[in-house]
Design a protein around this ligand. Sequence first.
Ligand code: HEC
Length: 99
Amino acid sequence: MKTTISWNRKVLFLLAVGLLLPVITQAQDFPEGKGRDRILTACTACHGLDNIANPHQKLTAEEWEVYVYDMVARGAAVHKDELEDVKQYLIKNFAVDKK
Ligand code: HEC
């Protein structure tokens, strides 16, 4: 009987973690580094950070380059002096080798 109770608690705990996780992802997924601050400000004007940390499909380094230019073309406020830092940051932290 005792084990049943603790099993239920585990299930409840896992459920709670599962429900909370999407909320906690946000800024924690963005480790310190050059370009980070600009991303947290310029890239949140139109969508959440979750779009960047968890896009519908993982992006390769080349695709990140294209996306950054695309987003700037759409109006992301990244100065051209910061573009390289922003690109490198995203590639370092979020690019996959191959899909
Ligand atoms: C002017 C508005 C705007 C800003 C600012 C912006 N984006 Fe976007 N972003 C969009 C729109 C609209 C989409 C969805 C349309 C699409 O995927 O073609 C999108 C989609 C994305 C996606 C794909 C998400 C997915 O699930 O596939 C990524 C990655 C992304 N943006 C990264 C960035 C980054 C990095 C920045 C900052 C440099 C940024 N965005 C700033 C408008 C913006």
